[in-house]
Design a protein around this ligand. Structure first.
Ligand code: MG
Ligand code: ZN
Length: 223
């Protein structure tokens, strides 16, 4: 059974006042401290709808669940589809329905922390809502950030959303088996990404084909 917490009227309005962003940053710092205290490693996964966020987390959970106790916070506007997929792979999942909002914020994550009982977990993945814009403004308190883009989003998805990569650690370019059909060059997406964030690790793969998962594990020192 997927545990679910619903939020309505608790998420801040989209008008991003500096005060609101500052408040979010403060809560994110508190979350980060709490995660450290509990000794749990937390990785946020961002990307558009359909880019492969859930698939990547599924693949990682599949490989790592023998070794680690894994929790997932699955952000979604309304559905529990992803949460159910992830639970099948052996993770403890809490669904965060944002009640219409297009991103998670640190306050939602703070509430979800207690539901997951992080003292018993080694690793938590936070799947943000499918969106490449506002998650950049709302740090959640994770120690690492993965951004997933798919070549099916076209060649400009990264150059159009540079902010999403600024604090990211790893970019996963997904569905490269479709690159030729889409007339998209994954290497040019990689170059654009490295121009925005030269410290970024980039992995190209196809989750449907099981390509790239080992490289992600290695890049994040998860093996
Ligand atoms: Mg998903
Ligand atoms: Zn948003």
């Amino acid at each position: 059974m997927v545990r679910k917490i619903e939020f309505s009227g608790e998420i801040y309005d989209i008008e991003l006042s500096e005060e609101l962003l500052e408040e979010n940053r403060k809560i994110a710092e508190e979350n980060k401290k709490k995660f450290q205290e509990y000794g749990v490693r937390v990785i946020e996964v961002r990307g558009s709808i359909g880019s492969g966020k859930t698939s990547l987390i599924e693949s990682l959970v599949e490989v790592l669940s023998d070794k680690y106790e894994i929790g997932v916070m699955a952000g979604d506007v309304t559905t529990t589809i992803d949460a159910e997929r992830l639970e099948k792979k052996g993770a403890k999942v809490v669904q965060i329905n944002t009640g219409g909002e297009c991103h998670l914020d640190a306050n939602l994550v703070r509430k979800a922390i207690n539901v997951l009982d992080p003292r018993k977990l080694d690793l938590i993945f936070i799947e943000n809502v499918g969106n490449l814009i506002c998650p950049a403004d709302f740090p959640l308190g994770s120690q690492q950030i993965i951004v997933v883009v798919s070549v099916t989003e076209g060649p400009y998805t990264i150059v159009k959303h540079p902010m999403i990569l600024e604090d990211a650690d790893l970019l996963f370019i997904n569905k490269i088996d479709l690159a030729e059909a889409m007339d998209v060059d994954p290497s040019s997406i990689e170059r654009d990404a490295l121009r925005i964030n030269p410290k970024l690790k980039v992995v190209k793969g196809s989750l449907k084909e099981g390509m790239g998962v080992q490289e992600v594990l290695k890049s994040l020192n998860l093996t």
